[in-house]
Design a protein around this ligand. Structure first.
Ligand code: GLV
Ligand code: MN
Ligand code: MN
Length: 405
């Protein structure tokens, strides 16, 4: 099957007709359809499938002659609210397409190959990014994961059970990890560096440390038309101070800081809010800079809250330390690509990936596919068909290199 046919077979699942963005949240109907697509796509290729104890999906190509530690490739199928088509799915579709390409060429891997799709990579429903790969590698405890709640108060454990999966088994899976030799994740670039360099494909060097913080401002609801300004305890004001400080501190430090989600309670246009809940996403090239930026934002929020008689609570919901991808594997990937005439620049990224968590336990590498505008986490995210096909060729080359006798 061509890349285009495979791509199109997934394209309509979970797409909102009004925005054109994807709403593929874990354990919803859209997620069930994505999981069914994965299983069907694998079955059509005679790949052995299973859902692991952490709701990650696996499709194994481990025919006769394949022995030793497996080479894993894949990504995720969930999305941010109104995400693009490529972030995650490009890596999964390309993985199946690379298997097809290798088989068409008559290649027989000397090691098992598996395609993986990790659960809740975006943290779009339960707030913690890369939850499936964190659980698999023991970077989060099953107890913490079970109790994560979505916006409606449903726990991860309840949602998982609702999807017919057993949350009792959640947790690090040493047996599965022991079967894996290396992981290679292909992903759309979430920036436009490759476009600037005139390359269709790149190789990841590192991931910036990054995290999410929840800020809860508690004030006092009151009438917008009668409450004197001096008598207000308006939580929106310290929230606004935090937003402005985020921009200022990030700009000064060479970091990134974003408030992309805010909930005002009770949400009346003619009332002072009783509470504001806001989520900060902050990223920087190094840990010290990140700590400094988040510290400035928190201090600004606390100062402004105090001056307005507002209570503020700050809680880190999710964190990923800096990741350096395995140098030896990266060099091997680069050599394999160069040997086939593929020029693939090496790039750092500020985006988080399951590969970042697997990198703590296994040699891990990433391939990026050019994104001409750099736009991501948006329906406007795009890669050309030609570049996607170049990504499949590059991934197949890497799998061939890593699984040759
Ligand atoms: C995932 O795409 C992230 O970087 O938040
Ligand atoms: Mn993403
Ligand atoms: Mn992604």
């Amino acid at each position: 099957m061509s890349f285009a046919e495979l791509w199109d077979s997934l394209l309509d699942i979970g797409r909102d007709p009004a925005t054109g963005g994807y709403r593929r949240y874990s354990f919803t109907a859209a997620d069930a359809a994505c999981r069914a697509w994965f299983m069907k796509t694998a079955a059509e290729r005679n790949l052995r499938t299973h859902s692991d104890r952490n709701a990650n999906l696996w499709a194994w190509w481990d025919g006769p002659g394949a022995a030793g530690p497996a080479i894993i490739t894949g990504s995720h199928l969930d999305s941010v609210p109104d995400g693009g088509a490529f972030d995650g799915p490009l890596g999964v579709v390309s993985a199946f397409a690379a298997v097809d390409l290798l088989r068409e060429r008559g290649f027989t891997p000397a090691r098992p190959v598996a395609v993986a799709a990790f659960c809740e990579e975006e943290g779009g429903r339960f707030g913690m990014a890369c939850l499936g790969s964190r659980l698999l590698t023991g970077a989060v405890t099953p107890e913490t994961a079970r109790e994560l709640r979505d916006g409606a108060g449903v726990t991860f454990a309840e949602a998982m059970a609702g999807a017919g999966l057993d949350p009792a088994g959640l947790g690090a899976d040493e047996e599965l990890l022991a079967r894996i030799g290396a992981f290679v994740e292909l992903h759309i670039e979430q920036g436009s560096a490759l476009d600037g360099l005139g390359a269709a494909v790149g190789v990841a060097e590192s991931i910036w440390p990054h995290g999410r913080w929840r800020l809860d401002f508690a004030g006092r609801a009151d009438h917008a038309g009668t409450t004197r300004l001096d008598d207000r305890r308006d939580p929106m004001l310290p929230y606004a101070a935090a937003v402005l400080e985020a921009r200022q501190a990030a700009a000064t430090a060479g970091a990134l800081a974003t408030f992309g989600k805010v909930v005002a309670e009770p949400g009346a246009a003619n009332a002072i809010s009783s509470a504001v809940h806001a989520w900060l996403d902050a990223r920087a090239p190094g840990q010290e800079v990140l700590d400094h930026v988040v510290g400035l934002i928190e201090a600004a929020a606390r100062r402004a809250a105090q001056s307005q008689g507002v209570e503020v609570g700050v809680r880190r919901e999710s964190f990923t330390p800096r990741v350096e991808f395995d140098q030896a594997l990266r060099d091997r990937v680069s050599r394999a690509l160069a040997g086939r005439g593929i020029a693939a620049p090496v790039l750092p990224t500020g985006a988080g990936h399951d590969a970042g968590f697997l990198a703590a336990r296994l040699p891990t590498a990433m391939l990026f596919v050019r994104n001409p505008t750099g736009v991501s986490h948006s329906p406007a995210e795009h890669a050309t068909r030609t570049d996607c096909e170049a990504g499949v060729v590059a991934l197949a080359a890497v799998l061939e290199e890593l699984t040759s006798p």
